[in-house]
Ligand binder design. Structure first.
Ligand code: FES
Ligand code: FES
Length: 164
C-alpha cells in the first residue's frame, strides 16, 4: 500500500492504496464518486471516462499511481456555481439517456470534444464518439445533444456540418 494524493474536482484527497489499483476503483470505492462506471474494465467501452489534462481518459485501465499531480474531473465536477454544464443541460433537454449506464462516458467525451472543437460537424461528432459505446443505441440523441451544447457554448457560431 502507498499513500497517494489525488486532485479531483478541485479538492485534494489522500488515499492509502496499492499503486497498481485502477483509478476507477479509487474514485468509486475510496472517494465515493459514482459518476464513472465500471463497464468492460478493459478500456473498450468508455463508461469509466474521466478528464485528465483536457483529455478523456479511461479510468479502468489507468493505474492510480500514474496520475501524479494532474487534476481529475469526473461527472460530479462538471457543474459550476450551482449551474449544470451546457453538455449536461443539453442531455436533459434532448432526453438522451435510456438505462443511463454509458452516459457518464458520453457526456465527458462530448465535453472534451467541444473543448477541442467548439463547432464540430456531424461527421466529427460521430468520429469523436465512436469508441464510447451505448447498448441502448442513444447515439442519434447524443449527436443532437452535442450540437445543442455547442450552440449554447458558442451562441454566435453555427455548426459547420448538418449532414445528419
Ligand atoms: S469500463 Fe473502462 S472502458 Fe469500459
Ligand atoms: S443509455 Fe443504456 S447503455 Fe447507453
Amino acid at each position: 500500500m502507498s499513500k497517494i494524493t489525488l486532485k479531483v474536482n478541485g479538492a485534494t484527497h489522500s488515499v492509502d492504496v496499492d499503486p497498481s489499483t485502477p483509478l476507477l476503483y479509487v474514485l468509486r470505492d475510496d472517494l465515493d464518486l459514482h459518476g464513472p462506471r465500471f463497464g468492460c474494465g478493459l478500456g473498450q467501452c468508455g463508461a469509466c471516462t474521466v478528464i485528465i489534462r483536457g483529455e478523456a481518459v479511461r479510468s479502468c485501465v489507468k493505474r492510480v499511481s500514474t496520475v501524479g499531480a494532474a487534476e481529475i474531473t469526473t461527472l460530479e465536477g462538471l457543474a459550476a456555481n450551482g449551474k449544470l454544464h451546457p453538455v449536461q443541460q443539453a442531455w436533459i433537454d434532448e432526453q438522451v439517456p435510456q438505462c443511463g449506464f454509458c452516459q457518464n462516458g458520453q457526456m465527458l467525451t462530448a465535453k472534451v470534444l467541444l473543448d477541442h472543437n467548439p463547432t464540430p460537424t456531424d461527421a466529427e461528432i460521430r468520429d469523436a464518439m465512436a469508441r464510447t459505446l451505448c447498448r441502448c443505441m442513444t447515439y442519434y440523441r447524443v449527436q443532437t445533444a452535442i450540437k445543442r451544447a455547442a450552440k449554447a457554448m458558442t451562441p454566435s457560431a453555427t455548426n459547420a456540418g448538418e449532414e445528419g
